[in-house]
Design a protein around this ligand. Sequence first.
Ligand code: PGA
Length: 252
Amino acid sequence: MAPERTPYIAANWKMNKTIEEAKAFLGAFLPKAPNDRPEVVVCPPFLALKAAVELCAQSRVRVAAQNMHEESAGAFTGEVSAPMLREIGVDGVILGHSERRQHFNENDEALARKVPAALAAGLEPILCVGETEGQRDAGETHSVLSHQVQIDLAEVGSAELDRVVIAYEPVWAIGTGRTATPEQAQDAVLFIRNLVRAREEGVAELIRIVYGGSVNPDNAAELMAQPDIDGALVGGASLEAEDFAAIVAAAA
Ligand code: PGA
């Protein structure tokens, strides 16, 4: 983690926690939340966002959604737009999570529209990229990352590129307990940083690139000690306030 970049830790709760459960988590977590570094973001399901925004208001913890539609309004039954999220005080949005790519046909063409739409509405995008196990075994990790990063960020202007947070999440490490080794994670994150460098030299040292995939209180410090890894996107281990607080403490 380079000193010029503020470390970034996000909790991806996925389809977990009712409003009451989200409130209980924040009641336990917020007293342990840091006053300065790292930046901490919680990503509850849509229905718990407003309660989370209200509870986090007196802290430095910010709230992000887990998805959004690229249009600001229209005939898209069941969808939620960026301005709707901004209206209730949401600050960011996870985009392109592998579960959305796998189960909900999220593709890079849609992401090429979603990322700039999020930025235009004032939301910080947390863009997820990563290879499957088959792609890694076939030696395709770099080409997959290169394709995703190039297309998903194609419509983002140079001046806004450093407002994107990129999460490197190898699909084989998500929810499996099989964490990437610190060397594998560093290699992929550095590769992504160099893709950003090739596009916009000055942004490469500013943009935050985090690792996600079975991060827990025991492995977080070693992963985040890698020079290019600026934090973590945490799934399973972010559901318990104590575990998430321990991961946040490891990034301080
Ligand atoms: P996990 O999930 O920490 O449970 O592996 C990470 C993620 O999907 O963002």
